[in-house]
Design a protein. Structure first.
Length: 587
């Protein structure tokens, strides 16, 4: 998969919006070819991964805390801890929009300014730390002088960026003869996408195929069959977000729901496109799936629990697929409104007029009124009485189905809602026991076979609900999974406490322990943001959250923990980010 210059531009915009200004609290290496930064910015901790893995170089935010996985500590990491840990992140820039180079500028209270240059360029990827004046302090991969050296990357040497691409820019830069030169390229017999990769700067195969599809309707159209103006328009559409910020990130999925590709723009030529809240989510989702499948990218995984997480995700998807099949079967078996009565009417008329039916007659026509008639198809292999008895049996079966199917559908829809909640719990799980808890809930609900013995998971604890103290002194409870949601709502909350949950999406139950006292709008919004952040809507700009009294919340039919019905609710719209001003409270 191609982490190209356009994807990096989308990442740069996302990081600039979420990490500036920020302070670096922690540095580590998840593996020998990746660097992780924990940055406190805009009231919450963010986790930034910079990987220079040859087959998986990339830069993006990850939704979970990074863990150290590299055994050795290279000199670069020691210098980063000196110059970057504790420093203020001042700016994040992409110096050239068609080059895969990102610069992070830091200001340390004791060491002064430093710049981390990330070059996610596949086999030539590197991480380079610069001091004042652009002098190299060190690099993850040093490049000494030699006959084959493209540039020197050594301590105490000036930093030299990679040589620029001798290619045409993807957008008209005002140079004379731009369109004529582009038209010459399009005279080739090769596929259009291959010509775009070879001739245009910053163009990956994924970007080129999408441009070809937008210009011609097919990703493999020969270059000679592509109109120049259509190609120009397609390229302008794809690169316009670098000026306007109108990114449309997402992943392309195969028939099984597995990511095939990621992009900061809508993909049309590959799979089914599913939008994501940000480009980092798209990139992280793709590489997590590749890690679970044991691909080359496994060494560059940013999630230490990716294998276990994806195994449980596959179990959830399998259960969801079974439920979809069962719902489809119910839809086929469900009778039309009034169908049993129609069959009974036909059967009664067959019995009443059996003596009038002649051998070989194919239908019985009953005149019911001046403009109304009933036409009954006749079965030549059965007598009228036998056919009537069969219609009565069919009507009785459909009546039973009409009573059974709605109840069965309600149960399956409750199962669907519970699986959606478990999928959200899994995505937000921060350690191995929390992931194991999701699998156990699947087993308790009957979606998996029971096991005789369960070995306790290592690596953390599921703990209990999160507890915070608002500036007004109210305790705010947050359930972190379906079982904790049940506990928060029906075990710890009182009738007059305020209860919150995102609308129409799985997530945490949040309770403000107010006991009926007046709660300020500021505290309600804080709790609403907690509900939005601990849900499948994390990171969204505007998340609707329902607010009501706990006494207006009841368990939903289906018997699954945490599934509820509410009434008398109001709605507040908040961003899906953590609020400021909350203190963690003890249990």
């Amino acid at each position: 998969m191609h982490f190209d210059a356009l994807t990096l531009a989308a990442v740069q915009a996302e990081l600039a919006a979420t990490l500036i200004p920020g302070r670096v609290q922690r540095l580590l290496m998840p593996d020998d070819q990746s660097l992780g930064l924990e940055i406190y910015a805009q009231g919450q901790r963010r986790y930034l991964l910079l990987s220079v893995h040859p087959q998986a170089s990339r830069i993006h935010l990850v939704p979970h805390r990074l863990r150290r996985g590299a055994e050795r500590q290279p000199p670069l990491l020691l210098l980063l801890r000196k110059f970057v840990r504790g420093a203020r992140l001042e700016a994040i820039q992409q110096p050239q929009p068609t080059e895969r180079i990102l610069t992070l500028h830091f200001d340390h209270p004791e060491q002064g300014t430093a710049t981390l240059v990330a070059e996610p360029m596949g086999r030539r990827s590197n991480l380079i730390l610069l001091g004042p004046g652009g002098i190299v302090l060190d690099a993850l991969r040093r490049a000494p002088a030699g006959e084959q050296a493209r540039r020197i990357i050594l301590p105490r040497h000036p930093y030299t960026p990679p040589p620029p691409q001798a290619k045409l820019p993807p957008l008209d830069d005002g140079r004379p003869g731009y369109y004529e030169e582009l038209a010459r390229f399009l005279e080739a017999e090769e596929p259009l996408w291959r010509v775009l990769v070879q001739r245009l700067a910053g163009t990956s195969p994924t970007l080129a195929r999408e441009a070809a599809w937008r210009a011609t309707g097919h990703p493999d159209t020969p270059a000679r069959d592509a109109p120049v103006l259509a190609v120009v328009q397609a390229l302008q559409e794809l690169w316009e977000p670098t000026r306007s910020g109108g990114w449309e990130p997402g992943v392309a999925l195969d028939e099984a729901g597995q990511p095939l590709a990621f992009a900061p723009y809508r993909l049309h030529f590959l799979g089914r496109f599913q939008p994501t809240p940000g480009v980092s989510q798209a990139v992280a989702r793709y590489f997590a799936a590749r890690t679970a499948q044991g691909g080359q990218e496994q060494a560059a995984s940013s999630d230490p629990y990716a294998g276990q997480r994806n195994r449980v995700a596959q179990l959830i998807r399998q259960a969801e697929k079974r439920i979809r099949r069962q719902l489809a079967a119910l839809a086929q078996d469900e009778p039309r409104p009034g169908e049993p009565e129609e069959l009974r009417t036909q059967a009664e008329w067959l019995l009443a007029l059996a003596s009038r039916i002649q051998p070989g007659q194919r239908e019985l026509v009953v005149e019911l009124g001046p403009e109304e008639r009933l036409v009954i198809p006749l079965d030549l292999d059965r007598s009228p009485v036998e056919q009537a008895e069969r219609l009565f049996r069919r009507a009785a079966k459909l009546e039973r189905a009409a009573r059974f199917i709605p109840r069965r559908r309600a149960k399956l829809e409750a199962d669907q809602a519970f699986l959606a909640q478990l999928a959200s719990d899994l995505a937000l799980a921060g350690n191995q026991p929390e992931i194991a808890q999701v699998e156990e809930e699947l087993r308790r609900a009957g979606f998996l076979r029971p096991e005789r013995k369960r070995r306790p998971a290592k690596g953390g604890t599921t703990g209990g609900p999160l507890r915070f103290r608002s500036p007004e002194g109210f305790t705010i409870l947050v359930g972190r999974n379906a079982r904790q949601n049940e506990r928060v709502t029906f075990g710890e909350a009182k009738g007059e406490d305020l209860w919150l949950h995102v609308r129409d999406a799985p997530g945490s139950h949040v309770v403000i322990r107010s006991g009926g006292q007046a709660v300020s709008p500021e505290t309600v919004r804080m709790a609403a943001r907690l509900a939005a952040y601990h849900s499948s809507q994390r990171g969204e700009r505007a998340v609707p959250v329902a607010v009501t009294r706990r006494r207006f919340v009841s368990r939903a039919p289906g018997g699954h923990p945490g599934l509820v019905r509410i009434r008398n609710e109001e709605t507040v719209v908040v961003p899906g980010t953590l609020p400021d001003g909350l203190e963690e409270a003890g249990g």
